[in-house]
Design a protein around this ligand. Structure first.
Ligand code: ZN
Length: 156
């Protein structure tokens, strides 16, 4: 399994399908996405980035791992924040993206349970970036001040 790159890659530009059943294969996929994200020093990864067009994202923020199946952002704060983002699928490209500061997320977890939680800070940022991937949206579509550098930054 490898990370798919390129802003015009059709695999990164199509809308992913919802997961209908939490099968063994889905659990296996999630267990494979975690080490890939970690190997590449990412803090988030969406299934389309490994070529699987399903609505699954993983992220790791402050040592807490999240696997979200069919994630939906059901509420966003009016207040926005701008942060520099990068993406494992767009190596060495960074840009400033304005997004809502806080969100409420609904999803299914790895145990198949429905969950709903509030996120702010980096977790909110990562989830919004990864959910965009599920809709074929890349951060460069929303970013200002896009730069190319090999300097290490947060990779979402
Ligand atoms: Zn990304």
């Amino acid at each position: 399994m490898e990370i798919i790159t390129g802003e015009n890659n059709p695999l990164l530009r199509k809308k992913s399908q919802p997961v209908e059943h939490l099968t063994k294969e889905i659990r296996l996929l999630i267990s494979q996405m975690k080490p890939i994200m970690e190997t590449y020093d990412g803090i988030g990864l969406a299934a389309p980035q490994v070529g699987i067009s399903l609505r699954i994202i993983v992220c790791e923020v402050e040592d807490k791992f999240y696997a979200l199946i069919n994630p939906e952002i059901i509420k966003t704060s009016k207040k926005t924040v701008t942060m520099t983002e990068g993406c494992l699928s767009l190596p060495n490209i960074y840009g400033d993206v304005e997004r809502p500061e806080r969100i409420i997320v609904k999803a299914i977890n790895q145990e198949g349970e429905k969950i709903k939680f509030k996120a702010f800070g980096l977790l909110s940022r990562v989830i919004q970036h990864e959910v965009d991937h599920l809709d074929g949206i890349l951060f460069i579509d929303k970013a200002k001040n896009i730069i190319k550098t090999t300097e290490e930054k947060n990779l979402l």
